[in-house]
Design a protein around this ligand. Structure first.
Ligand SMILES: NCc1[nH]cc(CCC(=O)O)c1CC(=O)O
Length: 305
């Protein structure tokens, strides 16, 4: 019997996601054992600064990729939105499983929705995309930086440091905290981050046995949607410290891609939409439209959601 070692971060959300993937893999394999390899990443250690300042989301992934590349682990489960476009040499995304809720969610202390919060209310988020979307919808709110894992963020709301916070609905669902959500922010007003709600299972590209196991848990709709979203992001130069969102979903046989790009100073933003059959071509075409409409002037190195 082969034992597959699964690298995972140690946060409650990471462990829940990893256990979900291991359970799915147990349903489609026989004679395979799974063992977790918990890893502390630099992204988990640095919690006092915005990620966009310290090297971006790649910090969560690099130490896990090291474990895969050196053979300490055979597969790893990531939140897809944390995975950079360029993977380490020799590694690949073997599966994108069924996607969780892609939406952002607002949790407020008083139970007021986004449009009921009083002027000057403090809303916590550290994602540049969420900051830009909030500024566009409610320029009268005060947006303040909030980082840390889901429990930390909820605690800081309860302590009164914020009147409301914005988090990914998927993380709350996975942690059994859906009842805390005050309001779901619709995807066409608050375009989700690329890959939000989806998982990426990464492995060594030449490990045929693992690749076969992973193919059995891949979800075709999620895979195709994420391909369009990531093509959009990469055409806007992969790692840009610009607020960017993109969300694709099937419409009949086609895919509809919604995208949001804002200028980092918050004075301009674009929201675009296009429908087509080929996921990658769709992502690239919509990115080119965004560049033509002004996004070309806003791009800077780095990335932040
Ligand atoms: N920014 C950090 C991060 N990376 C992945 C998730 C979980 C969301 C997901 O499943 O995509 C979160 C938390 C959040 O954005 O609230």
């Amino acid at each position: 019997m082969r034992t597959l070692r699964v690298a995972t971060r140690r946060s409650a959300l990471a462990l829940t996601q990893t256990n979900y993937v291991v359970e799915r893999l147990k349903q489609v394999t026989r004679g395979v054992d799974f063992e977790l390899v918990p890893i502390r990443t630099r992204g988990d250690e640095i919690v006092d600064r915005a990620l966009s300042e310290v090297g971006g989301k790649g910090l969560f992934v690099a130490d896990i990729e090291e474990a895969l590349a050196t053979g300490r682990a055979d597969l790893a489960v990531h939140s897809l939105k944390d995975v950079p476009f360029e993977l380490r040499d020799g590694l690949t995304i073997g599966a994108v499983p069924r996607r969780e809720d892609p939406r952002d969610a607002l949790i407020s202390r008083t139970g007021q929705g986004l449009f009921d919060l009083p002027p000057g209310a403090r809303v916590g988020t550290s994602s540049l995309r969420r900051q830009a979307a909030l500024r566009r919808l409610r320029p009268d709110l005060v947006v303040a930086t909030l980082r840390g894992n889901v429990d930390t963020r909820l605690r800081r709301l309860e302590e009164g440091q914020f009147d409301a916070i914005v988090l990914a609905a998927s993380g709350l669902h996975r942690l059994g905290l859906s009842d805390r959500i005050t309001e779901y922010l619709p995807v066409d007003r608050f375009v989700p981050a690329v890959g939000q709600g989806a998982l990426a299972v990464e492995c060594r590209a030449e490990d045929d046995e693992v690749m076969q196991c992973l193919a059995a848990i891949a979800d075709p709709d999620a895979t195709r949607a994420v391909e369009a979203e990531r093509a959009f992001l990469s055409r806007l130069e992969g790692g840009c410290q610009v607020p960017i969102g993109a969300y694709a979903e099937p419409v009949g046989r086609d895919l509809r891609l919604l995208a949001f790009v804002a200028d980092p100073s918050g004075s301009h933003c674009l929201q675009l939409e296009r429908t087509a059959a080929d996921a990658r071509a769709l992502g690239i075409a919509l990115a080119e439209e965004a560049l033509r409409q002004g996004a070309a002037d806003w791009l800077r190195p780095g990335r932040g959601d």
